[in-house]
Design a protein around this ligand. Structure first.
Ligand code: NAD
Ligand code: TYD
Length: 359
């Protein structure tokens, strides 16, 4: 028995694999292209009998079909994606290739594979597609949170590419009866997140006394979900979810960005005060806003709560404290991910000067 995970060397995929194996799950085949966001170190300590890394592209149909044939997994969990909005604004092509064409190839390969199996075995198979709340677009302060019925209105190349992949997944259920499940979650945070995203970027900049670049007025709202809660929810959906159904997963923790940054600064001042840096909130710099910046995301988690009994265990304060602690305790991991590619990104996104500050 095994499962095929794609993108398992990234932030959420790695947390999922660790959690899955800890809970006694079957062997994992991890198909990952190891882009800048994939990190072999995240899973390097696992024995190959528990987790086998296959370096490759979800868009490679021969490779995906041979993995399905050789391992006959019970399910595919698709995390592989280009996942950063700012990168999608500067260069959308990779987002189209991986998020849309790659997902299409996975669906086609699974459809072909299920055609070779006994109907009873094929009936037990699941294809779980991990998506985002960003497909629903932007909310005003008083709008109702996103439900599974909210109309899609993606605003960035990233969210448009995820929306397209969700539509394909839906179509494969209705047209070919592929046993799919889709989850749309809110912003994740926690251990192993690549420091291009808000929370780890702010933790690491604040730790070393660099500027904290807040886009625009910093009053945009995100609904924060601890990654360990998210991967637990995914296991529940795999186990009990109804094929063809969509499940929104949120953390019941809506926060404006400035509140998140302020909390990070106070946690670091408390844990590792540095007189040379002083109070870290002084490092905040309001920089020009992201083009097309969505104002507010918010998940209504009623369906997954009522139907599958899921509730997040972390509140934001305890989850953020644990996350800050993790980045402090894992200096080697941090040093390794702040490689040449990371420095190039920081230089490109935040302007000349910042790159040198990372030397
Ligand atoms: P990530 O960027 O940290 O990791 C993505 C992983 O996919 C990396 O290991 C990368 O090497 C791999 N990958 C990229 N292109 C590939 C390809 N063509 N073939 C095989 N592997 C490839 O992303 P994440 O934050 O772990 O997100 C995982 C999923 O969750 C994504 O689908 C993302 O859209 C979704 N999501 C993330 C968040 C969040 O807050 N991080 C929120 C909502 C939804
Ligand atoms: P991000 O982590 O990129 O996730 P997403 O855009 O998918 O929600 O950003 C979270 C919020 O933080 C978003 O409103 C943009 C903002 N942000 C900044 O203000 N400064 C930054 O340097 C980054 C990376 C994000």
């Amino acid at each position: 028995m095994s499962i095929l995970v794609t993108g398992g060397a990234g932030f959420i995929g790695a947390n999922f694999i660790l959690n899955w194996l800890k809970a006694g799950g079957d062997k994992v085949i991890n198909l990952d292209k190891l882009t800048y966001a994939g990190n072999k170190m995240n899973l390097a300590h696992l024995p190959s009998e528990s987790c086998e890394l296959v370096v490759g592209d979800i868009g490679d149909d021969k490779l995906v079909r041979s993995l399905l044939m050789d391992h006959k997994p019970d399910c595919v969990v698709n995390f592989a994606a280009e996942s950063h909005v700012d990168r999608s604004i500067l260069g959308p092509a990779d987002f189209i290739n991986t998020n849309i064409v790659g997902t299409f190839n996975l669906l086609e390969s699974v459809r072909w594979h299920l055609g070779q199996l006994e109907p009873a075995v094929a009936g037990r198979f699941r294809f779980l597609h991990v998506s985002t709340d960003e497909v629903y677009g932007s909310l005003g302060p008083d709008d109702h949170s996103f439900t599974e019925e909210t109309a899609y209105a993606p605003n960035s190349p990233y969210s448009a590419s995820k929306a397209a992949s969700d539509h394909l997944v839906r179509a494969y259920f209705h047209t070919y009866h592929l046993p799919v499940l889709t989850t749309n979650c809110s912003n994740n945070y926690g251990p192993y997140q690549f420091p291009e995203k808000l929370i780890p970027l702010m933790i690491l900049n604040a730790l070393s006394g660099r500027e904290l670049p807040v886009y625009g007025d910093g009053r945009q709202v995100r609904d924060w979900l601890h990654v360990e809660d998210h991967v637990r929810a995914i296991r529940l959906v795999l186990e009990k979810g109804e094929p063809g159904r969509v499940y929104n997963i949120g953390g019941r923790a809506e926060k404006p960005n400035m509140e998140v940054v302020t909390l990070i600064c106070s946690l670091l001042d408390e844990m590792v005060f540095d007189p040379k840096i002083g109070p870290r909130l002084n490092l905040v710099k309001h920089v020009p806003d992201r083009p097309g910046h969505d104002r507010r995301y918010s998940i209504d988690p009623t369906r997954i709560s009522k139907e599958l009994g899921f509730e997040p265990k972390y509140d934001f304060a305890s989850g953020l404290r644990q996350t800050v602690r993790w980045y402090l305790d894992n200096a080697e991991w941090v040093k390794n991910v702040q490689s040449g590619e990371y420095r190039r990104w920081i230089g490109r996104q935040y302007g000349a000067g910042t790159e040198e500050n990372h030397e």
